[in-house]
Design a protein around this ligand. Structure first.
Ligand SMILES: NC(=O)c1ccc[n+]([C@@H]2O[C@H](COP(=O)([O-])OP(=O)(O)OC[C@H]3O[C@@H](n4cnc5c(N)ncnc54)[C@H](O)[C@@H]3O)[C@@H](O)[C@H]2O)c1
Length: 317
């Protein structure tokens, strides 16, 4: 396998531009393409804006920002994007047909040994690769939003993905300071979204049943068990509590948990009322553009501080 130095990114939206930033910051040459010209042209500005919080915390210098931007080329089409690429990461809209179409077009242009990755949140990796000529080089790389800050990337093995490709991409993520995890079976939602949406299902159900206000449900996570989540995972917590206690709690509690296999009717009701969340100013909470900007800025600042505190605490031990 050739050394990976050149990466193509398809889709320059919320995830694509952040993924470009990760690799460009680590010296990789990036070609990025988006079918919407304005979105593509906005990439350098969006990356500059992402860097503000890093500059504020002294994690990068102005020179680092310029060096990163110099590594990024905006490509006009898939053929230009593919030239000499060792790895391609797709981050276009979450639509199976669209993703399939893009990868089958890509196969015409990319070098024979290029590795193809999809950032899909939930679509089966095997299904996306089904029509491809060379399926063994295809896999999932599920980044989390904001990708330039959240360390975890789920590396998803499809039915046809070769072990060499899987491990090469795992190592690539380590080289850019990510925390890759191996998803050995291609199951819907992979690891993180299954865990996350299981919790949301319960949270939404409790609002629906009038058990508590949305604000208090968010609080029980933010100021309760969520506070230990950046350092201790659920299975570590289960071990700390004791497997016998876990068993006893589950035996009593599970019959009462939400187990619907349909989305909550409350979500349907909110959609019907135009309450889509930040997009329309009202969801479970009320939002203004200022409030949204503030929470995103604070989120990024706090995430970076937590990351640096954890690293410090582990290194001091
Ligand atoms: N938003 C998240 O929190 C998140 C997290 C992890 C994974 N994902 C996944 O990442 C992917 C992208 O999500 P996003 O949130 O960045 O969406 P987005 O809508 O912000 O960006 C998608 C981009 O794809 C572009 N696009 C659409 N068709 C295209 C085509 N044919 N060629 C090139 N570009 C095209 C669009 O113009 C848009 O800029 C999705 O599969 C999504 O499920 C999203």
């Amino acid at each position: 396998m050739k050394e990976i130095t050149k990466i193509g990114i398809i889709g320059a939206g919320l995830m694509g531009h952040g993924i470009a930033q990760i690799f460009a910051s680590h010296g990789y040459s990036i070609n990025i393409f988006d079918s919407v010209g304005e979105t593509l042209a906005a990439v350098p500005g969006k990356i500059r804006s992402n860097f503000k919080v890093f500059l504020e915390l002294g994690l990068v210098s102005e020179t680092d920002v310029e060096e990163c931007l110099k590594k990024i080329t905006l490509s006009d089409n898939l053929e230009a994007l593919s030239e000499g690429a060792h790895v391609i990461i797709e981050a276009v809209s979450e639509n199976l047909d669209l993703k399939r179409k893009i990868f089958s077009e890509l196969e015409q242009y990319v070098p024979q040994d290029a590795i193809l990755c999809s950032n899909t949140s939930a679509i089966s990796i095997t299904e996306i690769s089904e029509g491809l000529k060379h399926k063994a080089r295809f896999l999932g790389t599920h980044f989390w939003n904001p990708p330039h800050i959240i360390p975890c990337v789920e590396i998803v093995k499809g039915k046809y993905t070769s072990d060499t490709v899987f491990e090469t991409i795992f190592e690539l993520m380590k080289n850019v300071n990510k925390e890759p995890v191996r998803v050995l079976k291609d199951i819907p939602g992979f690891l993180g979204n299954r865990l996350q949406h299981a919790m949301w299902r319960e949270a939404i159900s409790m609002v629906e049943k009038g058990v508590a206000e949305a604000e208090d449900i968010d609080k029980v996570v933010k100021y309760g068990f969520g506070l230990r989540c950046p350092f201790i995972g659920p299975l570590e917590t289960a071990d700390l509590a004791g497997i016998d206690l876990d068993y006893a709690v589950h035996e009593y509690l599970f019959p009462y948990l939400e187990n619907s296999s349909e989305p909550s009717p409350l979500l349907k009701e909110k959609i019907g009322a135009g309450m889509l969340g930040v997009k329309t100013g009202q969801g479970f909470h009320a939002w203004t553009p200022e409030k949204v900007e503030k929470i995103i800025n604070q989120r990024d600042l706090i995430l970076l501080k937590i990351k640096s505190e954890i690293n410090q605490a582990i290194n001091d031990k």
